[in-house]
Design a binder for this molecule. Structure first.
Ligand code: IPM
Ligand code: MG
Length: 352
């Protein structure tokens, strides 16, 4: 197995180091090759997705990514900014299926801003379409309109085949879980998502065991706070999924705990924590590496079809938590406060 390691910016290198140490400790004979993306790519090659990095990613079985972005790049033209590197690698690798679990660890129940009874045992999977929608739709840009004033344009669009392939991913995940799927749209206003709803209903005929429901995105945003445990698997488009997955992450109290997987149609994938690059705490060795380590577990599960090592990593994380180890983002009085690297070591020590 060949794995591209893309640490990126901010806390990326620190958290990736911990995940790589876990990977090495598993002794699976993986070939690891490191390359630059985001601001790091811009610094070295003048491009947030250098050709050499893209080429490496294409030739690898999986990609482990830290995070991209730093305020110091805000003034750069859009195509040079770190985020563009991330969007391009998703598109170039055809990673259309983004899986974002929101799981509450019992040890961290107090970390959520919601009442414990609302969130205890929460376990939601958000399936976000990642390579279409208003993120990529043409036309786009800022130009002068016929009245001589500036106008910004983005285009929300989805083709039937794009909706179908994400529908299949979502139904298959629902089949492995509680067989409940909620599709989120804005079909009362937006034609793009009216088509989304129709296609979801068509595909549901191939999965008669799965109970498909539909919800408007505004209501879904409310229901996630009101009664999140009504959901199991959610499927939605790129922009709604971006927003709802951040919202869902906070139900668990810490975005520092949440992994993600972005898959193509052959289960090749890119794995990254759901959080960002947190430049304000970069280099301080205080970031939480668990989301990245848990992303590695997802890599074993989805790309390498290796449930054993996936479970091994997840159990080690649970064990480290149950021993009271906490990075500062999940710390409360009485816990053992540890640094990023100490948390990584605690996980490795718990592997066996
Ligand atoms: C995410 C991020 C990205 C997105 C940004 C950094 C481009 O918010 O992965 O959710 O909007 O998809
Ligand atoms: Mg986001």
């Amino acid at each position: 197995m060949k794995i591209a390691i893309l640490p990126g910016d901010g806390i990326g290198p620190e958290i990736i180091k911990q995940a790589v140490d876990v990977l090495r400790a598993l002794n699976v004979g993986a070939e690891l090759i490191e390359a630059q993306i985001g601001g790091a790519g811009y610094e070295k090659f003048g491009d947030p997705l250098p050709d050499s990095t893209l080429d490496l990613a294409i030739k690898s079985d999986a990609v482990l990514l830290g995070a991209v972005g730093d305020w110091k790049y805000d003034a750069l033209p859009r195509e040079k900014r770190p985020e563009r590197g991330l969007l391009r690698i998703r598109k170039e690798l055809n990673l259309f299926a983004n899986l974002r679990p929101a799981t509450l660890y019992p040890e961290l129940a107090g970390a959520s801003s919601l009442k414990p009874e609302i969130v205890s045992n929460l376990d939601i999977m958000i399936v976000r379409e990642l390579t279409g929608d208003i993120y990529f739709g043409q036309p786009r840009g800022i130009h002068e309109n016929e009245n001589g004033e500036r106008e910004g344009i983005n285009t929300m669009r989805y083709s039937e085949s794009e909706i179908k392939r994400i529908a299949h991913v979502a139904f298959q995940i629902a089949m492995k879980r509680s067989k409940k799927l909620c599709s989120v749209d804005k079909a009362n206003v937006l034609e793009t998502t009216e088509l989304w709803r129709q296609v979801m209903m068509d595909i549901s005929k191939e999965y008669p065991e799965v109970e498909l429901t539909h919800m408007y995105v505004d209501n879904a945003a409310m229901q996630l706070i009101k009664n999140p445990k009504q959901f199991d698997v959610l499927v939605t488009g790129n922009i709604f999924g971006d927003i709802l997955s951040d919202e869902a992450s906070m139900l668990t109290g810490s975005i520092g705990m949440l992994p993600s997987a972005s898959l193509d149609s052959n289960n090749k994938g890119m794995y990254e924590p759901s959080h960002g690059s947190a430049p304000d705490i970069a280099g301080k060795n205080i970031a939480n590496p668990l989301a990245t380590i848990l992303s590695l577990a997802m890599m074993f599960r989805y790309t390498f079809n290796d449930e054993k090592n996936a479970n091994k990593i997840e159990s080690a994380v649970k064990k480290a938590l149950s021993q009271g180890f906490r990075t500062v983002d999940i710390y409360s009085v009485g816990d053992k406060k540890v640094s990023c690297s100490e948390m990584g070591e605690a996980v490795i020590a718990s592997l066996n």
